[in-house]
Design a protein around this ligand. Structure first.
Ligand code: ADP
Length: 359
């Protein structure tokens, strides 16, 4: 059931010449109760602005946001029943962990016993019990972020808003805290909106992913849908590491495309969809893991091989552009050798050359 809904929501900023810039442009989105939705996209795509509009930290210029059946455009920040967690923790430096947790509850009508119970519960689930007397400066980054999460938790909000909460943590702590957030979400059945530029966080955390670019929602879907069924070249390229290869090729009249020496037959269902593009240039998409390398004399020579332990990332220059291949190390790849490319045609994507939309 839709719990939080964006209906044609826009945010306009004006530059020094008074030109309109849409930071968020006509966003439509439904979030169910208990869902963890991740907004992901490159820096400046509008994801924080969209989040801040839910919180009431940015005015909504066009459209409506509906939370739990009520339009919240004009509702005061303090009355929205949301809690926000920021990248830089935003803790009170002169207050202990326990005081930081209780501060937001002091002006509510809750009885002290209820407040204490909520704090003890948060300290417990976030494993902060033995740190409750410490000041923020006596905590590590990961511990501070757990306190910030605790502060959101005690408020029992309708929606948790998390704005790049892991960006200041090192790689190991990021993974730990990511698991903690995922656990919390499941345990509390909480509705969460999570903003990140990191597609791995988006893929691992999200029930639903919202991919944004230049203020516009590009696609909404489960991690599997976004990965396997990208709706345009932006999504195809942004989600997945290394990125999907996108090569400009002629779609021949017999529904084949050529990449280097390989002639690839487009599978029938896709060829039928692409019939209007026969004889024209299209963008062919293929993920690095869907290309096989076969050793061959006088074939393509790798430009670069990156050894990552469990796999190799191999870069080639083809007449159609740079091509990246992911291959596990059991294929003993050698920079001196040369290769033939073998494409899994079932895993091929076609996009319209002019606008990047999936065919
Ligand atoms: P993201 O969170 O995806 O990095 P933001 O939502 O912070 O992006 O910003 C989206 C766009 O809006 C950017 O182009 C940014 O420069 C612009 N922007 C954000 N806040 C303001 C502001 N207060 N005044 C003018 N432009 C802003």
């Amino acid at each position: 059931m839709t719990y939080l809904e964006f209906k044609g929501v826009s945010k306009i900023f004006y530059d020094n010449q008074d030109n309109e810039n849409y930071a968020v442009n006509a966003a439509n989105l439904s979030v169910d109760k208990g869902e963890l939705v991740v907004f992901v996209g490159p820096s400046g795509c509008g994801k924080s602005t969209l989040l801040r509009m839910i919180a009431g930290l940015e005015e909504i210029d066009e459209g409506e946001i509906v939370l739990d059946g009520k339009v919240i455009n004009e509702v005061e920040v303090s009355k929205r029943e949301i809690a926000m967690v920021f990248q830089d923790y935003a803790l009170y430096p002169h207050m202990s962990v326990a005081e930081n947790l209780s501060f937001g509850l002091e002006n509510t009508k809750l009885k002290q016993a209820v407040i204490n119970e909520k704090i003890e519960y948060s300290l417990d689930v976030l494993e902060l019990g033995n740190l409750k007397g410490r000041l923020p400066k006596q905590l590590s980054g990961g511990q501070r972020q757990r306190v910030a999460l605790g502060r959101a938790l005690v408020k029992n909000p309708k929606v948790f808003l998390l704005d790049e909460p892991l960006s200041n943590l090192d790689a190991r702590l990021r993974v730990q805290t990511r698991k903690l957030i995922s656990d919390l979400h499941k345990r509390l059945d909480a509705t969460m909106i999570y903003v990140t530029h990191d597609q791995i966080e988006a893929m691992t955390l999200g029930d639903k992913i919202v991919v944004m670019n230049q203020g516009v929602i590009q696609q909404v879907g489960t991690p599997e849908e976004i990965y396997q069924d990208p709706s345009n070249t932006f999504v195809a390229n942004f989600i997945g590491t290394p990125s999907m290869n996108l090569l400009r090729c002629q779609l021949n009249s017999d529904a084949t495309v050529q990449i280097d020496d390989a002639i690839i037959q487009i599978p029938e269902t896709l060829a039928t969809k692409a019939k209007d593009f026969l004889g024209k240039e299209v963008i062919v998409g293929i993920r690095p893991e869907d290309i096989l390398l076969v050793e061959q004399e006088n074939g393509l020579e790798p430009e670069l091989i990156e050894y990552l332990g469990s796999e190799n990332i191999i870069y080639f220059n083809t007449p159609q552009g740079e091509l990246v291949v992911k291959s596990n190390v059991s294929n003993r790849l050698d920079r001196e050798k040369s290769y033939r490319l073998q494409f899994n045609s079932e895993k091929l994507y076609l996009f319209i050359s002019e606008n990047g939309i999936r065919i």
